[in-house]
Design a protein around this ligand. Structure first.
Ligand code: AHR
Length: 752
């Protein structure tokens, strides 16, 4: 049966022209080892144990020598620049080699620029360099002649053949040489070294983003006030930039700093959307949220104002002149600035935020400042953040959520209840967990909802954007890459399909879209899991009947009597006998069904949370609450009571969770239609296993449809998801007709 979609008048909502953007954070090797075109790793010898235990100045380097003496050692006296204090002193004969991330790639026809700082301590110090794989020379050789003073030396290496190898720098016998800031970059068509890795840059270009958020994410506010991201130490000559440990467990060279970020925006045709810390560090830092000292606030606030001047000031302003000096006299045209990231909304946050925002408003009234409403889609900080935003009249606030596909389908209409009078929303980070088509379709459902209510949602960016396969500190991601490949996920295709075909005026639609499933946890066993140590369970009662569980060693699980998770009472005493963390209790059938899961001693051993476990994905149903955690040898009494829709959990008599389950149906078939100059754009998600014929009363001279479809469980981080395809659309006197494939996302464009 054909589904009739009656398209009506404009709803009055104009789609924000900046709606679809990208989020760029140096996470998962996204920049160093990713978008940064640099081919060497640890070229500045700045790696240290603070980046990762066991790392040091010689990480990623090898030193070969005929001599039995130590020939290369790290020094810090009299460096090229104090911000890059560590360098290498090498006694020849020796060969220094660096394989980059997994071999330095050489492509026939593409030369490379070698640049390093060197100083001859004794002897001629003449250095010879090339990229080689065993006995195969992949590039020509370069000769670099240092003097007795630190100086940058450069040479181009011509590619001799395709391959992967290591950069080798030979220090001659009889010489002692200091070496630092070694860099090797592929040359672009203009004969200059590239800034960005070409294939990743073109993937970003394909997305046609309206804006680029940078530098994150968590990276913005750091794990302490001393690791708040400071834009000023990321510009200028590389030797003066201050590299630092990356909070995702590696090293940031800052080679893609704020100037390169603005250039990236320009090259992508996107507006910059930098985010700065709101004068507080992350609340997950050891010791909790801390604020920039009162005495330091004027300096901190001035740094934020200076960033705007660096981006937008004319070349005769102080920071505009710095930008001009770096090679860009024209302003970058920054219109948005994010203030804060997922912060706990505390009095000190409010105070610091207000001081910085007041200064910004006074100096740059035309700038749109974006506030923050905590890390979750709801809850304490979300409510406090929204209240604060309304009180202050903040322009736009930044919401974040990473949830299950089910949650996205249930929240398709999330923004319908928001007040279009403001503040507006920037959905700055979102993703449906997993890299499958199922998740991408769930994201598309929410994106149709955002577009339809773009009077509320002004900006949105999926997160995270880039991840080196095998180096992921966060999944899912939109684009996974290796040395030679760029794997575009189903989510990438969805993002692109929204971004490349945009509508202008939202049109009302009237359609009997098929009713969707109501989600419930399924009846099944109660499973006790000793996930974080060994535990003894006593006095276990399930729906009033005593059950024997006994002792579980780390990793053990025990399935007890069946319960109906909609109405259950589970009580037990649990004592940790060894280990550091806690336990899980599943109510109902886990995979492939749906179970409610209590985590006791989850996050760093000191929280309790209730999750819905569904189709291999877990979703916080009730956000983590703080708990002192297990103490080995001390019994803990737990009571879990469900009476649909209410769920309550007590730990040692304290009520930790009391919430109502979200039992709204999932919207699995969703449509949105917009008018634009010369025609229409319509989007359809069919997240069901049936194909559906649809008819729209859209007058059209021609129409085309692009479809992303497949198996809902297809898609993994190390695979590219098949590209969308075009499908036929029938144009009749009445309108257009097409078939929505099972598990598909379709974008229809018509011309009048
Ligand atoms: O996108 C990954 C991380 O998720 C971001 O850094 C942070 O803001 C969020 O918690």
């Amino acid at each position: 049966m054909t589904l009739d979609i009656r398209v009506g008048e404009p709803t009055g909502v104009t789609v924000s022209p900046d709606l679809w953007g990208i989020f760029l954070e140096d996470l998962n090797d996204a920049l160093d080892g990713g978008l940064n075109a640099e081919l060497l790793q640890n070229g500045d010898f700045q790696y240290s144990g603070a980046d990762q235990p066991g790392w040091g100045p010689l990480t990623a380097w090898q030193v070969r020598s005929d001599s039995v003496e130590r020939v290369a050692w790290a020094r810090e006296e009299d460096p090229v620049h104090p911000n890059n204090a560590t360098y290498l002193r090498v006694t020849g004969p020796a060969i220094l080699s660096n394989e980059g991330w997994s071999g330095v790639p050489v492509r026939a026809g593409q030369g490379q620029r070698l640049r390093l700082f060197a100083r001859a301590v004794s002897g001629s110090g003449e250095l010879r360099a090339l990229v080689r794989n065993g006995s195969t020379e992949l590039t020509s050789r370069a000769v670099l002649a240092p003097t007795g003073e630190w100086a940058p030396l450069e040479a181009d290496l011509a590619a001799l053949s395709d391959g992967r190898g290591a950069l080798e720098i030979e220090v001659p016998a009889g010489s002692i040489v200091d070496v630092d800031l070694v860099s090797l970059k592929p040359l672009g068509g203009d004969g200059e070294p590239r800034l960005f890795r070409e294939d990743l840059f073109s993937a970003l270009k394909e997305l046609k983003p309206s804006f680029v958020r940078f530098p994150g994410g968590c990276l913005v506010h750091g794990r302490g006030t001393d690791s708040i991201y400071g834009w000023k130490s990321t510009i200028g000559p590389q030797e003066s930039r201050r590299p630092m440990p990356n909070l995702w467990g590696y090293h940031q060279s800052m080679a893609i700093g704020f100037y390169e970020y603005f250039l990236l925006c320009e090259e992508l045709g996107a507006t910059p959307l930098p985010v700065v810390a709101a004068g507080v560090c992350c609340q997950n830092a050891l010791g909790g949220q801390r604020a920039v000292d009162d005495a330091d606030m004027p300096r901190y606030t001035q740094d934020v104002l200076d960033l705007v001047e660096f981006a937008n000031g004319s070349a005769d302003t102080r920071w505009g002149a710095v930008r001009a000096e770096l090679g860009h006299p024209e302003p970058f045209g920054m219109r948005y600035l994010g203030l804060g990231n997922e912060d706990e909304i505390t009095p000190q946050f409010r105070d610091r935020y207000a001081r910085i925002e007041d200064a910004l408003r006074a100096a740059y009234p035309e700038l749109t400042v974006i506030g923050t409403v905590g890390p979750f889609a709801h809850g304490r900080d979300f409510d406090r953040g929204w209240r604060f935003a309304r009180e202050r009249g903040i322009d736009i606030v930044d919401e974040h959520f990473y949830r299950s596909p089910q949650w996205f389908h249930q929240n398709a209409d999330r923004y319908d209840s928001y007040d279009p009078e403001g503040p507006g929303v920037y959905l700055g980070e979102y993703a449906a967990r997993t890299s499958t088509l199922r998740s991408a379709l769930a994201e598309a459902v929410l994106m149709i909802g955002m577009e339809t209510r773009s009077d509320v949602v002004r900006l949105a960016s999926y997160a995270p954007l880039l991840a080196r396969t095998g180096h992921t500190a966060w999944v899912p991601d939109m684009i996974y890459f290796g040395d030679d490949e760029v794997n575009k996920t189903a989510s990438f295709h969805v993002q692109k399909m929204f971004s490349v075909e945009r509508g202008e005026q939202v049109l009302a639609i009237d359609a009997a879209l098929p009713a969707s499933e109501v989600i419930e946890a399924k009846a099944g066993g109660v499973t006790f899991i000793a996930s974080g140590g060994s535990f003894v369970f006593d006095d276990v009662a399930i729906d009033g009947s005593l059950v024997a569980i006994g002792a579980l060693a780390a990793g053990d699980r025990e399935r007890a009597a069946d319960v109906d998770p909609r109405a259950a009472l589970i009580e037990f005493t649990v004592t940790r006998t060894a280990g550091e963390r806690g336990i899980e209790v599943h109510l109902g059938e886990p995979d492939p069904g749906r179970a409610l899961t209590l985590h006791l001693g989850g996050w760093q051993g000191t929280s309790t949370a209730v999750l819905l476990h569904s189709d291999g994905i877990t979703d916080d149903e009730s956000d983590p609450t703080f708990w002192t955690g297990f103490r080995t040898g001390d019994p803990v009494r737990v009571r879990i009571e469900t009476a649909t829709p209410r769920v309550r959990v007590w730990v040692d008599g304290v009520l930790h969770h009391d919430y109502e389950r979200d039992l709204r149906p999932e919207k699995r078939v969703v449509a949105g239609v917009m008018a634009r100059e010369g025609g229409h754009v319509a989007r359809f998600v069919n997240a069901t296993s049936e194909s559906r014929a649809v008819r729209l009363n859209l007058p059209a001279a021609s129409a085309t449809a692009t479809v992303l479809a497949g198996d809902p469980d297809q898609g993994a981080p190390d695979e590219a998801f098949p590209e969308p395809v075009e499908v036929p659309v029938a144009v009749t006197g009445e309108g257009v007709e097409l078939t929505l494939l099972p598990w598909s996302f379709t974008v229809l464009t018509t011309r009048r």
